[in-house]
Ligand binder design. Structure first.
Ligand SMILES: [Zn+2]
Length: 203
């Protein structure tokens, strides 16, 4: 295989395949692909990546380990949350700074930890919406809306071509057609609780 063949393969097959994978994964994370039982997954988590939803539900489940007296609102976006192993500093961040917590969980995942959820629970004015807009954007807490739009556009284009001439479409554009939009799947609480059993408890 020559160098030009390798470059051609990368640009015409490998990179488009990677791009398609990114687009489709983002579509799968959107609420256009599936929605979750609202009695299990709150509104602010709907349409977010599945891993993010499970992460947050685990931490939210630890709310009963904190009482209001464990939390001190130090100043503005700064809080101190007392846990069994010590106190943790929680900061909601702002337009130019990410939120953060000094616990190991935050340092590992960079996603809201149980200390954030304890604040959400006991200080209703300091909720999910108080997190900076830039932090709520892709890739951590939201699917890429442009990728979702591209997927839908590609699917509609594929459907149109399909209806014009199925045979030509299959021969001329075998790689470029996005698959059909899957039916919406509603995850029920049973399926989510199955995930929790393997995920371990948040201590
Ligand atoms: Zn924390």
């Amino acid at each position: 295989m020559t160098l030009s063949h390798i470059i051609s393969s990368i640009t015409t097959q490998f990179l488009p395949a990677l791009h398609y994978k990114y687009v489709f994964k983002n579509f799968k994370q959107s609420d256009l692909y599936r929605s979750y039982n609202p009695s299990v997954v709150p509104d602010y988590l709907q349409g977010r990546p599945k891993e993010t939803i499970l992460h947050c539900l685990h931490r939210q489940g630890a709310n009963n380990k904190f009482v209001r007296e464990d939390i001190v609102h130090v100043h503005m976006e700064n809080f101190e949350v007392k846990g069994k192993k010590g106190s943790y500093t929680v900061n909601f961040g702002d337009q130019s700074h990410d939120p953060h917590c000094t616990c190991r969980d935050w340092l590992t995942f960079h996603l809201p930890c149980k200390h954030f959820f304890a604040i959400f629970h006991h200080f209703p004015d300091w909720n999910w919406e108080k997190l900076p807009k830039h932090y709520l954007m892709p890739p951590y807490l939201s699917a890429d809306s442009e990728a979702i739009a591209e997927y839908i556009s590609g699917t509609q284009k594929s459907s149109a071509e399909h209806s014009i001439n199925l045979e030509d479409t299959l021969q001329d554009h075998p790689e470029s057609n996005y698959s059909e939009i899957p039916r919406k799947v509603r995850y029920n609480s049973f399926m989510l609780s199955d995930c929790f059993e393997d995920g371990g408890k948040v201590s």
